[in-house]
Design a protein around this ligand. Structure first.
Ligand code: EPU
Length: 414
C-alpha cells in the first residue's frame, strides 16, 4: 500500500546484484571447495537457488545476514527439484554449471518473468559447439557430453544468459573457448571475477569477446558481489520522480552512466561521488526519448521505472524497448492511475499528465512492480499493489528502504 505525495529524502544503501548472484550461486557447483560469497541480497530468487542446491546435496548456510557459505563438493546431478526450478528464470544456469561439472545436466524449463517468447537457442548453440548433445521438449532440457572441448562461439543475439551459460560450461572444458558478440553487463564481469577468484582463467569479460581457458579444477575462495545496478537505478528514478533529494550509496557510478544521463536529460540534478550518487529532482521534469539496449545502453530492466516517472513529466516521451518483444504489460496498470500512454508494438508514446491518481494495481512482473511503486509514490491518494511476490524476487526489503526515505508505504499481510 503506497500513499503518494511524499518527496524522498535521505540515504539508501544498495544491496548485492540480483542478476549476478543468480549466476554465481549456480557457478559454485563447479567449485571443488568452499565458496564464501559476500554481499548476497536477501531476495526470493536467492532462497529458491539455495533450496535447489541443497536438494542436490550441497551444504549452504548464511554465516551472517549477507554472507553465504556454499560447499557443492557432495552434490549429485540426480534429484532435480522440478517445481523449484520452474520458479525462476535463472535456473537455466544450472544447465551450464551441471554440464561443466558432470558432463550431464537435466533442468526443468525455466519460469520467471514473461516478456513473450524467451528462447534459449543461443545457450544450446554454445553447448553443442563445446561438444554436448542437447535434447529439449516443452518441459525439460537435457544436455550431455563425452567431453567438452573449447571452441569459438559467435552469438547471433547479444544474450546475457547465453554468455553466462557458455562461460559456465567452458571453465572446466579442455582448451580455449572464445565467445564472440558476448553481452557486456556488469554481472557478466562479476561472474568472470568470481570464477577467476576460484581458480578459473576467464579474460575479456566486459568486452564483446570473452576467452575462457579451461582449467582442471576450481578450488574455492571468497568473493563479494557487486552492487545492484537496477536497484540503484530504481531509487535514483524514484528520488527524481518525487522531487526529492537522495544519496544512493554502495554503488559503482560507472554502471549507472546511462541512467544518470537520462535523469539529467529529464531535468534532475545528479552528483557523482566515488561509490554513491546524489539525485535531486526539485525542478520541473520534462519528457525524453529512450531506447533500451544491452549494456552500456539504457537497461531494459529500468524501463517501467522511467515510464512511471515520464507519465507525469512535461511533454511527450517516446520509450522504445530494444531487448524484449513484449515488456509493456504494466502500462495497463498505469492507465488505471490516469496515465496517458499509447503502446504500439515495441514503443510507448507517453503524454505527460498533470498527476496520477492512486488505484488498485498489479505487479505484472518484477520491474513492472517497481514501476508501480514509483507510480504510487508520485500519485495523489493511495495505490494498492497486488502480486508483490514478483517484486520480492529481486528487491531486498523494498518497502523498508523506501520507508526509511520518508515514503508512506507498507506491506499488508493477507
Ligand atoms: N534471446 C534469444 N535466444 C537466446 C537467448 C536470448 O533470442 O538463446 C533473446 C531474448 O528473447 C531477448 C534477448 O535475446 O529478446 C536478450 O535476452 P537475454 O538472454 O540477454 O536475457 P536473459 O539472460 O534471459 C537477463 C536478465 C533479465 C534482463 C535481460 C536483459 C537474469 C536472470 N535476467 O535475462 O533480467 O532483462 O538479461 O538484460 O540475469 C530482470 O532482472 O527483471 C530481468 C528480466
Amino acid at each position: 500500500m503506497v500513499k503518494g505525495g511524499k518527496k524522498l529524502y535521505g540515504e539508501v544503501s544498495v544491496s548485492g546484484a540480483k542478476n549476478a548472484v543468480v549466476a554465481i550461486i549456480p557457478a559454485a557447483i563447479l567449485v571443488d571447495g568452499i565458496c564464501i560469497v559476500e554481499n548476497v541480497p536477501d531476495i526470493q530468487d536467492v532462497r529458491v537457488l539455495i533450496a535447489i542446491l541443497e536438494n542436490m546435496g550441497a551444504s549452504v548456510a548464511f554465516t551472517d545476514e549477507s554472507t553465504l557459505k556454499i560447499d557443492c563438493r557432495a552434490i549429485s546431478k540426480q534429484n532435480e527439484p522440478d517445481a523449484l526450478m520452474r520458479k525462476m528464470r535463472a535456473s537455466y544456469y544450472l544447465l551450464g554449471a551441471l554440464l561443466g561439472r558432470f558432463r550431464a545436466a537435466k533442468v526443468t524449463m525455466p519460469g520467471g518473468c514473461s516478456f513473450g517468447v524467451r528462447p534459449i537457442d543461443q545457450h544450446i548453440k554454445g553447448f553443442e559447439a563445446l561438444g554436448a548433445s542437447v535434447w529439449q521438449d516443452s518441459d525439460v532440457i537435457v544436455a550431455s557430453a563425452e567431453e567438452l572441448k573449447g571452441t569459438n562461439v559467435y552469438l547471433d543475439i547479444v544474450s546475457v544468459g547465453a554468455t553466462i551459460n557458455i562461460m559456465l560450461a567452458a571453465v572446466l572444458a579442455e582448451g580455449v573457448t572464445v565467445i564472440e558478440n558476448a553481452a557486456k553487463e556488469p554481472h557478466i564481469v562479476d561472474l568472470a571475477n568470481f570464477l577467476n577468484a576460484m581458480g578459473a582463467n576467464v579474460k575479456g569479460a566486459g568486452t564483446d569477446v570473452i576467452k575462457v581457458t579451461g582449467v582442471k579444477k576450481l578450488s574455492g575462495g571468497a568473493y563479494s558481489i557487486i552492487p545492484d545496478q537496477i536497484e540503484a537505478g530504481t531509487f535514483m528514478v524514484a528520488a527524481a520522480a518525487t522531487g526529492g533529494n537522495v544519496l544512493v550509496k554502495n554503488i559503482i557510478p560507472k554502471h549507472m552512466e546511462s541512467i544518470s544521463a537520462k535523469l539529467i536529460e529529464v531535468g534532475a540534478k545528479i552528483t557523482e561521488h566515488d561509490d554513491s550518487i546524489r539525485v535531486e529532482g526539485d525542478g520541473e521534469l520534462s519528457g525524453v526519448n529512450i531506447k533500451t539496449q544491452p549494456y552500456p545502453g539504457y537497461p531494459t530492466d529500468m524501463q517501467p521505472q522511467i515510464v512511471a516517472l515520464l507519465s507525469t513529466a512535461k511533454g511527450i516521451s517516446l520509450v522504445t524497448e530494444g531487448v524484449w518483444d513484449n515488456r509493456f504489460q504494466y502500462v495497463g496498470e498505469l492507465l488505471r492511475m490516469g496515465a496517458d500512454i499509447r503502446v504500439d508494438g515495441k514503443s510507448a508514446f507517453i503524454n505527460g499528465v498533470d498527476h496520477l491518481t492512486g488505484a488498485p494495481v498489479r505487479a505484472t512482473d518484477l520491474r513492472g512492480g517497481a514501476g508501480m511503486v514509483i507510480a504510487g509514490l508520485i500519485a495523489e491518494g493511495t495505490t494498492e499493489i497486488t502480486d508483490i511476490q514478483y517484486i520480492d524476487r529481486g528487491y531486498e526489503k523494498i518497502e523498508e528502504k523506501f520507508k526509511a526515505l520518508g515514503a508512506d508505504i507498507y506491506r499488508v499481510n493477507s
